[in-house]
Design a protein around this ligand. Structure first.
Ligand code: AHR
Length: 516
């Protein structure tokens, strides 16, 4: 068994994780809203139609912020359709997912749901079919206390207090040809800057996210971020990033290496933003909002997995069934986000329920945790604090990762260390958590970590997620086929922590750091 050496020092810190790093995403897409978080008539639904069984799992998952209402959906959305008396709300064709949108659930219901789930809302405005005027009006409706037609409308609709939504996305994936009224970087940059200006006049407390390109495999990637930020630099706080990793090539080693792809993507977008700052001689740093990330491929390529004929309401589309190997790649992405805590201040797992989601439901029936639920819950619960700079001496491997989105078929060469690790220290004298992914498919790794802390270390608990079958998945009938088990092999002697990490495993080790 190979030994991997790690050195950590409690005083060598990359950055502090922002609370918003642990977000998710709810889109009007398939059964994410209808039959997911909202299902009046379900035995567990409360008086507002919120599924309590789903809410219980959301609380266990512990997201901090939830992005809404899209996604591609937002680029054709009239926010006015989703407020006011439910009986008079229009039914509309949704051109993003070729569905019928009933508008039974809208912004106010979402805000109530956020209160019930104890999460912060992150709203997106439509910069596809609409523009800054609709955006500023939506913001006035939501956040202005009273005394104007729009704020009084909100109050008359039953929401007396302003919603106080701080975080807003200026559209979604506006470079994608699949987007309603997609734009060039010049077109979008100008509209986003003008929208941002007005939104900040309405409410100076808002924080705004400009759209980055839809992924590192887009032909627009890089140049898009630069042009958009040349327009918006003064007006926004964040640029968005989206990444869905895949196993189209049926190559588990390549899938597990995608955390490295994410690392590079983050560093390239940060460098691009800093290049724009440099040309302005500005000390301002545009932060990154990684507001869509996940593993997604089984239900992505074929038209019949993405849309159903006949303009259905809440069809069962894009319902990815996650496996053990997906949970490992997903864990690698969590580690990448933690290790860039200095720059990534918002991140949203896409999505929350049913649609490429950690939580699955049956409409009218059960709810269960997918494999990816477990690494996310641990990432969110134990990932708050200072991320330590890990010095890792691990053997690595080279692979080719296939990602066909965009004009050309792209192969990304990747070199990944077998051990990927992030270490988070919540407070002096508190808890230090190691998140460790063994990417080796057939060999265990012996972890040998030396951690310089002022006080002695003891093990609180340690967990491992692994399965001899990388394709094992959780289902309604076997909801706990893949779940964390105790990692028994952890030994601590003074500053040294040792453990055996099983082949293809995700591991979480929580250590108490005694006060000095
Ligand atoms: O999350 C699913 C879709 O993926 C979103 O609607 C879109 O923004 C992205 O392409």
């Amino acid at each position: 068994m190979r030994t991997v050496h790690v050195r950590l020092d409690a005083t060598a810190v990359i950055g502090t994780t922002d609370r918003r790093l642990f977000g998710t995403f709810v889109e009007h897409l398939g059964r994410c809203v209808y039959g997911g978080i909202f299902e009046p008539g379900h035995p567990s639904a409360d008086g507002r139609g919120f599924r309590r069984d789903v809410l219980a799992l959301v609380r266990e998952l512990t997201p901090t912020v939830v992005r809404y209402p899209g996604g591609n959906f937002v680029s054709g959305y009239n926010w006015e359709d989703g407020v006011g008396p439910v009986e008079t709300r229009p039914r509309r064709l949704d051109l993003a997912w070729l569905s019928t949108e009933t508008n039974l659930f809208g912004t106010n219901e979402f805000i109530d749901w956020c209160h019930a789930a104890d999460v912060e809302p992150m709203l997106a405005v439509n910069l596809g079919t609409r523009d800054g005027d609709a955006a500023r009006q939506m913001l006035e409706y939501c956040n202005h206390p009273a005394g104007t037609t729009l704020s009084e409308q909100r109050r008359a609709h039953g929401w007396d207090a302003p919603h106080g939504v701080r975080l807003w996305c200026l559209g979604n994936e506006m470079d994608g040809p699949w987007q309603m009224q997609a734009k060039t970087a010049e077109e979008y940059g100008r509209i986003a800057a003008e929208t941002a200006k007005m939104m900040k006049w309405v409410d100076p407390h808002v924080e705004l996210v400009a759209c980055g390109s839809s992924g590192p495999n887009m032909p627009t990637f890089g140049a898009w971020e630069q042009t958009v930020l040349e327009h918006c630099f003064e007006h926004v706080e964040y640029i968005s990033m989206h990444l869905y990793v895949n196993d189209y090539a049926n190559d588990a080693a390549a899938l597990l290496a995608t955390g490295v792809l994410m690392d590079g993507f983050i560093e390239q977008v940060a460098a691009t933003a800093d290049g724009v700052a440099a040309r302005r001689r500005s000390a301002k740093r545009i932060m990154l909002s990684f507001d869509e990330w996940n593993v997604w491929y089984r239900t992505r390529r074929r038209q019949e997995d993405r849309v159903k004929p006949g303009w259905p309401v809440a069809p069962d589309i894009i319902e990815e069934h996650y496996t053990m190997q997906d949970a490992l790649a997903f864990g690698g992405m969590c580690i990448s986000l933690l290790n860039h805590a200095d720059r990534v201040k918002v991140a949203c797992l896409a999505q929350l329920v049913n649609v490429i989601a950690p939580i699955m439901t049956e409409t009218g029936g059960a709810v269960w945790r997918q494999t990816i639920f477990h690494p996310f819950a641990q990432f969110s619960r134990f990932g708050r604090g200072s991320v330590l700079r890990a010095d890792i001496d691990s053997p690595d491997y080279t692979t080719r990762y296939y990602d066909p989105r965009g004009a050309a078929e792209l192969w990304f060469p990747l070199t990944a260390p077998y051990l990927s690790l992030a270490a988070v220290h919540d407070k002096p004298g508190g808890t230090l958590t190691l998140f460790a992914l063994n990417r080796h498919l057939t060999e265990a790794l012996s972890l040998d970590a030396v951690i310089r802390t002022p006080g002695a270390l003891t093990v609180i608990e340690a967990w491992q997620l692994c399965d001899a079958d990388l394709h094992a998945a959780n289902t309604k009938d076997h909801p706990d086929r893949v779940k964390p088990a105790a990692l028994e092999s952890v030994r601590v002697v003074r500053e040294q922590v040792q453990a055996t990490l099983a082949p293809a495993s995700w591991n979480v080790v929580r250590l108490r750091v005694a006060a000095a």
